[in-house]
Design a protein around this ligand. Structure first.
Ligand code: NAD
Length: 295
């Protein structure tokens, strides 16, 4: 049993903290939202009134927050609150630069740290089946792995500080580009009089096969559990895809990588969000692409 402070008990953090409790850890949670605190308390998380109260005596602190600026603000506060040797883990999806800055703050505290963003969404968070992409030293990874295992089924050590975030944004850039590619193929098939099922049957067993097609198929029918069968309710919201594509483009600019398709995918998702569809599943972008088609 480890005494863990969990900061950020939202859609992801709430169920993740609940799984830590289920695994027998003592979890003290803090969130700016009373509703999130109350929901987590129902799952056995001990609610704290302040960050200081949550991290008091904690052996491990986990943050699951919206953006880099939130993580840096909380980790900066931690520098005066946690003792040397504490394990500090950030599971949020943030930019690589902020992740590296956070590791530097941990160094100042003489703490060990991990960036450990996740894939698997709210379903995976509730089921404890998340994939963790982890950056940090071997020592930090060895300490953090048993804790992450209570919340996920695959824990991958990707490299040193920031490598987890790098893996996350590279993966999600592939996802955004591939979803648009699959949507374009269905749009072209419709114009050519080819049925959705026929395209699916061929592409899902041919070289066009990919997760966007076989798990999140953007048209109803071929994959009954995909959001297209449920009026594009997320799933994985288009606003989150835009966030991750924006992070990938920020990293591409900073590192000098050429990502022309990633850049175009980010523009298309920005247009989709601006049109009011940020809350739709990201596969719903097929509707916007159809609207662009000439009659
Ligand atoms: P969320 O908005 O539901 O939860 C974030 C929580 O952080 C909120 O409850 C908010 O009140 C709290 N918070 C903000 N600032 C705080 C502070 N200073 N101190 C304490 N609490 C604070 O977001 P979410 O969906 O849980 O996502 C969290 C992170 O996980 C994001 O970085 C997101 O990109 C990433 N992520 C989300 C999903 C998903 O499907 N929702 C999937 C993978 C990764």
């Amino acid at each position: 049993m480890t005494k863990i402070a969990f900061i950020g008990l939202g859609n992801m953090g709430g169920p993740m903290a609940a799984n830590l409790v289920k695994a027998g850890h003592e979890v003290h949670g803090f969130d700016l939202s009373d509703a999130s605190l109350k929901a987590a308390a129902g799952a056995g998380v001990k609610g704290a009134a302040t960050l200081a109260e949550a991290v008091h005596d904690a052996e491990c602190v986990i943050t699951m927050l919206p953006k880099g600026e939130h993580v840096i603000a909380v980790w900066t506060d931690l520098t005066t609150l946690v003792p040397e040797g504490t394990l500090v883990i950030d599971c949020s999806t943030i930019d690589v630069e902020s992740a590296r800055k956070a590791h530097k703050l941990a160094e100042v505290m003489n703490c060990i740290s991990l960036d450990a963003p996740v894939s698997g969404g709210t379903g995976g968070a509730a089921a404890g089946t998340l994939t963790f992409m982890v950056g940090g030293s071997q020592k930090a990874f060895a300490s953090g792995k048993p804790i992450l295992e209570a919340m996920g089924k695959k824990i991958v050590h990707c490299g040193e500080a920031g490598a987890g975030q790098a893996a996350k944004i590279c993966n999600n850039m592939i996802l955004g580009i591939s979803m648009i590619g699959v949507c374009e193929a269905f749009g072209l098939a419709e114009k050519l009089g080819l049925s959705h099922q026929a395209l699916f049957d061929v592409a899902s067993t041919s070289s066009g096969q990919c997760w966007s097609l076989t798990t999140y198929c953007p048209v109803p029918g071929p994959v009954p559990a995909s959001p297209a069968n449920n009026d594009y309710k997320p799933g994985f919201a288009a606003a989150l895809m835009l966030k991750d594509l924006t992070l990938s483009q920020q990293a591409a600019r900073q590192s000098g990588a050429a990502t022309p398709l990633g850049s175009h995918a980010a523009e298309l998702y920005a247009e989709f969000e601006k049109a009011g569809h940020g809350g739709d599943d990201f596969s719903a972008i097929i509707r916007m692409l159809r609207e662009k088609a000439s009659a």
